[in-house]
Write a protein that binds this ligand. Structure first.
Ligand SMILES: NC(=O)c1ccc[n+]([C@@H]2O[C@H](COP(=O)([O-])OP(=O)(O)OC[C@H]3O[C@@H](n4cnc5c(N)ncnc54)[C@H](OP(=O)(O)O)[C@@H]3O)[C@@H](O)[C@H]2O)c1
Length: 309
């Protein structure tokens, strides 16, 4: 993506900066999605697992925007036997999106993702997403937290290729091999938790940002120095870094000032030498799921069967 502007869209028509809704109550989702839409966001990222789609739906409805102006993503929670959450079957996957659409007050989503490869039934779930696209309930379908091996499983089963993969992506977790693989296979990359390197990331009670915080300290010095050189906030620097690497980004805040600032990342550029300095910070270290005790990219169980329909 060479030409970066507010109007640029990714290969699947997604506005490059999206507003995320993780760790928001129903009321907070309603209020902050409304704030985001007022601030100019047209791309909202939701999930069954966030348990707040009713609030997101209310904000979208109240905004009065025409459906074509918005890009709405949501995700299937696949189940996770380790957590005692049953895995969803093909039929349950179909029914889940129908219920989510009711909560979101939408006729379709622009992108539907499997949240993570946590289920033995993941190929069966993927077949259901392919059917949901045929039904017109999802314009595009993809995955999240899938590494190269999990994407290959889908391709080797002869099923349709995921159109997008949403993964944790920032200089400390730079996903080098996966990014190249997605580029080679034309899978749109979407970054989540781009702000994880910041010292205040998810530091409110119960948000889990303190886990592994010591692994960020050296990187924070470099990020601060480059942000100062460019005269931008560290948050903007991190979002812009992901955009310049070809990703769409998601960011979430409950502060109007941050919500407004985080979408305003198109009037400066990180130089090649500054990008190189940021590239040195990679530790292949993920943070977003750490408070849940797992790295979703490494948690995939054996497949139960090839495709069991
Ligand atoms: N697929 C997945 O497995 C997955 C996993 C994680 C996230 N996601 C999606 O990606 C979205 C973004 O990830 P995230 O929730 O981790 O959000 P994020 O934007 O990376 O980080 C949010 C944290 O950063 C702070 N923050 C936001 N803007 C800031 C700014 N300008 N300056 C300083 N601090 C700022 C927020 O605090 P304040 O509220 O105080 O601003 C909050 O503590 C999620 O909401 C969700 O939609 C997906």
């Amino acid at each position: 993506m060479k030409d970066l502007s507010k109007k640029t869209r990714s290969s699947i028509g997604m506005p490059l900066v999206g507003f995320g809704t993780y760790q928001l109550s129903i009321e907070e989702a309603e209020f902050n999605v409304m704030e985001a839409l007022k601030a100019g966001y047209r791309h909202i990222d939701s999930a069954e697992g966030y348990q707040n789609e009713v609030g997101t739906g209310r904000a979208i409805k109240a905004s009065g925007f025409s459906r074509d102006d918005l890009f709405v993503t949501t995700k299937l929670f696949p189940g996770n036997k380790q957590w005692g959450v049953p895995e969803k079957t093909y039929e349950q996957t179909i029914e889940t999106l129908k219920k989510q659409l009711k909560d979101l007050q939408l006729d379709y989503v622009d992108l539907y993702l499997i949240h993570a490869p946590l289920a033995e039934l993941r190929l069966e779930q993927w077949s259901a997403l392919v059917a949901l696209k045929k039904l017109g309930l999802a314009k595009h379908i993809g995955v999240s937290n899938y590494d190269e091996a999990r994407i290959k499983e889908i391709l080797e089963a002869g099923l349709a290729k995921p159109e997008a993969n949403q993964v944790e992506f920032h200089p400390i977790c730079a996903q080098l091999n996966l990014t190249q693989y997605m580029e080679e296979h034309s899978i749109a990359p979407i970054a989540y938790s781009s702000l994880a390197p910041l010292s205040n990331w998810r530091m409110e009670e119960g948000q889990g940002g303190e886990v592994l915080a010591e692994k960020k300290q050296d990187a924070q010095v470099v990020i601060k120095a480059i942000a100062n050189e460019l005269g931008v906030s560290e948050a903007k620097l991190l979002l812009r870094w992901a955009l310049q690497r070809g990703y769409s980004v998601l960011t979430r805040s409950t502060k109007p000032k941050h919500i407004q600032g985080n979408i305003d990342v198109f009037d400066f550029e990180i130089s090649a030498s500054q990008m190189n300095q940021l590239d040195q910070l990679d530790q292949n270290q993920a943070f977003a799921w750490a408070a849940n005790g797992l790295n979703p990219m490494e948690a995939a169980p054996e497949l139960k069967s090839k495709i069991n329909l």
